[in-house]
Ligand binder design. Sequence first.
Ligand code: NIG
Ligand code: FE
Length: 384
Amino acid sequence: MSRQPSTLVTNIGELTTWDPERPSTEGAAFVIEDGKVAWTGPAVQAPAADTAYDVGGRAVIPGFVDSHSHLVFAGDRAEEFTARMAGQPYAAGGIRTTVRATRAASDEQLTSHVANLVQEMRRQGTTTLEIKSGYGLTVADEARSLAVAGQFTEDTTFLGAHVVPEGVTPEEYVDQVTGPMLEAAAPHAKWIDVFCETGAFDADQARVVLSAGIGRGLKPRMHANQLGAGPGVRLACELGLVAVDHCTYLSDDDITALRDSGTIATLLPGVEFSTKHPFPDGRALLEADVSIAIATDCNPGSCFTSSMPFCIALAVREMGLTPTEALAAATRGGAAALARDDVGSLLPGKRADFAVLDAPNHLHLAYRPGVPLVQETWVGGRRT
Ligand code: NIG
Ligand code: FE
């Protein structure tokens, strides 16, 4: 293969690389070669490159890694959201409304809907994303949901154990999920997930589902402690999962278990915003030496945002994180939560995935909530 021309990205107001010595620097530049970061450092020391790209004094950050989304669905639940804002509680059973709409949609409709949402994410600086199934809940509908997801990401997650669908007992459904559904899903999935919560699956069922997935070569992850306290987070830690997602209701024992296991707590602040549940204390997690990630959880029920900058602003305002901690959780934290070492920072050797912000520095992501600051998104050294 012929070598692509190298590019020197220059005139950067502030460059965030997550170099431990200098996480963010002014007057920096970097070189892209063959889709990867080849060099970063002070602009005055920049090596020669085939072309130069001047970002006009703007800030450059690593692209966001959104490690938790449910983009394969049809229909919307705007009325359910509106009722919640007027005081109705969120219930896991709302998932079944989306299941009906998703089953009724054609493959083409599902694919073009995902394409639109991925495009929406790209415009807001997301360069890596995970996509779950979970609104099909039959063998054929879960397999096709994952086949659609696989057109957009390598991080596809089988979430047959999202909720027990109508017309089947929980026992029968767990047998389906761990049997024929897993067989049909596994060729299209990298991960297996389970919604461990009252109204969805209990800890014993979650263990059975994850064990079956592991036996079929999938990597386990979990939704836990979203709607109330429970055993999910401790189960995730006991099983040594890479990440456990939501973590809205955590006891001191849960926090100790997260710290001791090294399991990443993925925080989804858009969910607390959209369900009116209390925000978890991100500051307490960091102070307890728990690793965290921030993701959108983009889905039609509990949180229909595709915006990582919105989630960063919420994490700063409502979870006690600094803007720098929130950006780290939304980039290298998300990469760690997906066990990806090729993305999440702009250190030499990483994929050249970055966003150019129409702002002088990354603090503006939280300082200017709701403002579309992402001016350009680059993936693998190419502007998208
Ligand atoms: O991550 N928690 C489970 N699943 C989704 C919500 C699904 C829905 O309400 O449609 C979530 O919040
Ligand atoms: Fe989710």
